[in-house]
Design a protein around this ligand. Structure first.
Ligand code: GDP
Length: 196
């Protein structure tokens, strides 16, 4: 697929406002600041497709993008921001789990984690929910340029090992928006999901 052709589709306040549940879609999720917007921009070769450095916890919009005929990329709101009220967090968790369970077109989810702090509680919960919902998961360890090759490889192997516990279709790759490390691997996983 030509990810460069990705175009903004809609901004939805909640899952009920998403486009028609047909075709195939892949969602991107991660803690605020994990590097999700940067990864989407790197994937699509567009500097401002997904907006970086927004104010976390304000408007929790789900942005949808058109990739090809009936194929979509979904940018889910970042989670784990400390200053967000509990009520908002709980509402988000509920609508996220609902989306993972009910959305028929959802094929897989890319969960972005800073390679220096992978698999925090909410990350694990999200991967767990996704696997339980029968989804494929790609754990993308972002900002891989922050580690030298040795520690990078070590972390990658550790997270791969830990992810066996989810007992599902979970792939783990390292990624960097800064130097495009892992971009080919990301595209290969997405190509596979979108062609199934
Ligand atoms: P989001 O909140 O998950 O969408 O994260 P952003 O994409 O806005 O990135 C958060 C911060 O991390 C920004 O300051 C980015 O410049 C930085 N960042 C994102 N990706 C990378 C990367 O691959 N390498 C490095 N060194 N910094 C990154």
């Amino acid at each position: 697929f030509n990810y460069q052709q990705t175009r903004f589709l809609t901004s939805a306040p909640d899952i009920r406002a998403l486009p028609d549940d047909s075709g195939i879609e892949v969602a991107f999720a991660g803690r605020s600041n994990a590097g999700k917007s940067s990864a989407l921009n790197t994937l699509t070769r567009q500097n401002s497709l997904a907006r970086t450095s927004k104010t976390p916890g304000r408007t929790q919009l789900i942005n949808t993008f058109h990739l090809a005929d009936n194929k979509r990329l979904i940018d889910l709101p970042g989670y784990g921001f400390a200053k967000v009220p509990l009520e908002v967090k709980e509402k988000w968790q509920k609508s996220l789990s609902e989306y993972l369970i009910k959305r028929k077109s959802l094929k897989g989810i890319v969960v972005l984690m800073d390679i220096r702090h992978p698999l925090k509680d909410l990350d694990q919960q999200l991967v767990h929910w996704a696997v339980q919902s029968g989804l494929s998961v790609l754990i993308l360890l972002t900002k891989a340029d922050k580690l030298s090759p040795g520690p990078r490889k070590k972390t990658l192997l550790e997270v791969r090992d830990a992810s066996m516990a989810f007992m599902g279709d979970v792939t783990v790759e390292a990624f960097s928006s800064l130097n495009k490390f892992g971009l080919t691997e990301l595209e290969q996983v997405l190509d596979r999901w979108f062609s199934d």
